[in-house]
Design a protein around this ligand. Sequence first.
Ligand SMILES: NC(=O)c1ccc[n+]([C@@H]2O[C@H](COP(=O)([O-])OP(=O)(O)OC[C@H]3O[C@@H](n4cnc5c(N)ncnc54)[C@H](OP(=O)(O)O)[C@@H]3O)[C@@H](O)[C@H]2O)c1
Length: 256
Amino acid sequence: MTTLTTAHGARPVAVVTGATGGLGAQICRTLAQAGFAIVAGYRSSANAAHALVGELAGDGHCALCAPVADSAALARLADAVATRYGRCDVLVNCAGTTRFVAHADLDALDDALIDDVLATNVRGPFAMVRALRALLAGSRLAGGGVVINVSSIAAQTAMGSNVMYCASKAALDNLTRSLARALAPTIRVVSVAPGLVDTEFVKSMDSAWRDEQAARTPLGRLAYPEEIARAVLAAVRELRFTTGCVLPVDGGRPLS
Ligand SMILES: NC(=O)c1ccc[n+]([C@@H]2O[C@H](COP(=O)([O-])OP(=O)(O)OC[C@H]3O[C@@H](n4cnc5c(N)ncnc54)[C@H](OP(=O)(O)O)[C@@H]3O)[C@@H](O)[C@H]2O)c1
């Protein structure tokens, strides 16, 4: 197994946005288990973020405010990371937002929702990279700094919670390619694109609908959060010659 510690033994640092969400929390757990010090980024869930930090394996973790649509706050976040750790090796852009709107109901997809989806799912990841670029570029992790953008199968299939959510994830994948080119060779940028994941939120939805989604997936089920987190870890730790691409974790759903 690849070692993560640098020559002087310090733990590499991973900043995860949306850290208290169904996927974000598992990504934090998996990266902490793998030896990273975690900065759990939150917007409104400060208490949950501090509780998560308390249960992570290893030490050196913290919870910091990371509202991705507020660039001034992200500059303060970058300063706090620099002061506390002096480094940032991995950024996982996991914060995301959406709301269910039938694709044919154009009037229900109002401008406020469109602006929120685009500011959070597209501008937010870009703003995080912009804020942490200098720290990521200085990473001493083997293979350099890494940005993981948590995208979605919806970018490819144009099927998802609403039209603009699908478009936002397609834009995010495009951002992944542009930034990978712009930031090479010091920083790699990879999208991890889950299919429907069996998070608490998805578990709370109509079970017949969930069963139908599973039945339409060649591998016959939804993804587990652990599988998305392991894909993130693999892209960071193992896929060192991979950048500017989308790694699907969807059970082959687009094939059916
Ligand atoms: N779940 C799935 O089936 C699935 C499938 C494909 C892709 N994805 C993608 O995976 C990512 C995580 O999904 P999830 O299911 O874990 O979502 P979730 O449980 O709904 O959590 C969303 C997270 O995003 C954060 N967030 C929302 N707006 C934010 C903002 N403006 N600034 C900072 N943080 C913000 C929330 O933070 P606070 O609570 O602190 O406000 C929360 O932690 C998203 O990008 C989503 O699009 C999910």
